[in-house]
Design a protein around this ligand. Structure first.
Ligand code: HAM
Length: 429
């Protein structure tokens, strides 16, 4: 026997019951995004490797150790499976000159790839819904993005997702803070672990992210970026907070929220739940005013966020959300050659009227077909045998309601009868 092949570790199949759940989730997402004027953009899964190095930063976990990078053996191009969507989105916006005339509100959904250690809520192929607004400078768009999140949690029936907020200021402010941080850590070099020592001169801010208990106190007393922010940065931060307070959205300012990608400035935020264990961040983002210019475009401010779809779906299930298993309206049972030919005609005719039909395929007795009809969850069975094929009349059987007689109907009257009965039973409910 040949060996059974398996999916790549950390990359999951999403089987039909689960995928139906995802489709209803995506419907909620699309309606929500439309409500805020966002338009879709569809981007490649593979991009040139230098794009991510420049956008995300050479000295980040993602670029240092999580990217699926390879050389295209056919032409030698260095390529990478996208670890996130912002870089590709900005590349596309510049390449197609999308913000020359007006700012853009864009969104994308799809697979991302990071070579992390797989665990609950952390996968090597995962899905994001990404939202990017390019060409907006004020704190209003940052705040609106946060309001969007709050509304979505409501739309999805999710509670207890907490908002953490911080400001990373501007590059010059961060440089001053960084210098102060390096001096501070150098003064306490004896407490630093190997990871921190390695990062001291490349990315000292990331040291604050450490999980090492022995370094918590040291990091707690470290110089705070907020104390290095100038008046303009503080005003922007205050502008965001004002809208949140007006909207009644609670938040915690977390000075240690630094994000793992280098392109951010000013506002950064994360939505976090305690219900998913260690991987509790369901949504994260912030402002990235320098990225468009850094990737070769005319300077333009921008802001965005992305949500982890696997984590949100896990949370919806945790809150008792049921996967929606779609059932057809009609299961079409037929036997015999003439009946089968009529069945195809009837099925297409019903679909013309907007009725979903599962046409039985594969033969079998009436009895076994009726069993399948029951199991399909359909509301009705339409039954066609030799007699029906000869007279052009078919049997309509109601499957989900007791006490409704099986009826014989002309093919032309079938759709009206089914639609009428669906409306009647909807009204009764
Ligand atoms: P990120 O924080 O790297 O940001 O990822 C956003 C979200 O994707 C995370 O909060 C998490 O829910 C989900 N996620 C990340 N890695 C994994 C994984 N390995 N498995 C499952 N879920 C994961 C970004 O990617 C930025 N591009 C967000 C952004 C958009 N900033 C501005 N615009």
């Amino acid at each position: 026997m040949s060996q059974i092949l398996q999916a790549v570790r950390g990359m999951n199949d999403i089987l039909p019951d689960e995928a139906s759940f995802w489709e209803s989730f995506e419907e909620v997402i699309r309606a929500w995004l439309k409500g805020y004027g966002y338009r879709p953009i569809r981007l490649p899964v593979v991009e040139p490797t230098p794009l991510f190095k420049r956008a995300i930063g050479e000295v980040t976990d993602i670029v240092e150790k999580e990217m699926y990078s390879f050389i295209d053996s056919l032409n030698g191009d260095p390529l990478t499976l996208r670890p996130e969507g912002t870089a590709g989105c900005v590349r596309a916006v510049i390449e197609h000159n999308l913000i020359a005339r007006q700012p853009q509100r864009l969104y994308y959904m799809g697979q991302m790839y990071r070579h992390e250690r797989p665990q609950k809520g952390r996968y090597r192929q995962f899905h994001q819904v990404g939202v990017e607004a390019l060409g907006f400078a004020g704190p209003d768009i940052d705040a609106e993005m946060i309001l969007m999140g709050a509304r979505l949690w409501g739309d999805l029936g999710l509670e207890d997702i907490e908002l953490q907020l911080n400001s990373l200021g501007q590059a010059a402010e961060r440089a001053n803070h960084r210098a102060a941080l390096i001096t501070y850590f150098e003064e306490h070099a004896d407490v630093l672990d190997d990871d921190a020592k390695r990062r001291l001169h490349t990315n000292p801010l990331r040291i604050l992210d450490t999980k090492n208990p022995a370094m918590q106190a040291l990091c707690g007393d470290a110089p705070r970026l907020i104390d290095y922010l100038g008046a303009e940065s503080l005003a922007h931060f205050e502008g965001v907070q004002r809208v949140l307070r007006d909207a009644g959205i609670p938040f915690t300012i977390n000075p240690r929220l630094v994000r793992g990608l280098d392109y951010y400035n000013l506002t950064v935020f994360e939505w976090v739940t305690r219900k998913l264990g260690a991987q509790g961040t369901v949504c994260a983002g912030g402002r990235y005013d320098g990225l468009v210019e850094q990737l070769g475009g005319k300077p333009a401010p921008a802001c965005g966020f992305a949500m982890g779809v696997e984590r949100l779906i896990a949370l919806i299930k945790e809150a008792g959300g049921e996967p929606a298993v779609p059932a057809p309206d009609v299961y079409l049972v037929h036997q015999g050659e003439a009946a089968s030919r009529l069945a195809f005609r009837v099925a297409e005719g019903l679909r013309d009227q907007g009725i979903d039909v599962l046409l039985h395929c594969g033969g079998g007795s009436f009895k076994s077909q009726m069993k399948k009809a029951d199991g399909s969850g359909a509301g009705f069975a339409v039954i066609i045998g030799d007699d029906e094929a000869a007279t052009g009349e078919v049997q309509l059987k109601t499957l989900r309601e007791a006490g409704v007689e099986q009826r014989k109907l002309k093919v032309d009257d079938l759709a009206t009868a089914i639609i009428g009965q669906i409306i009647d039973s909807d009204e009764e409910e």
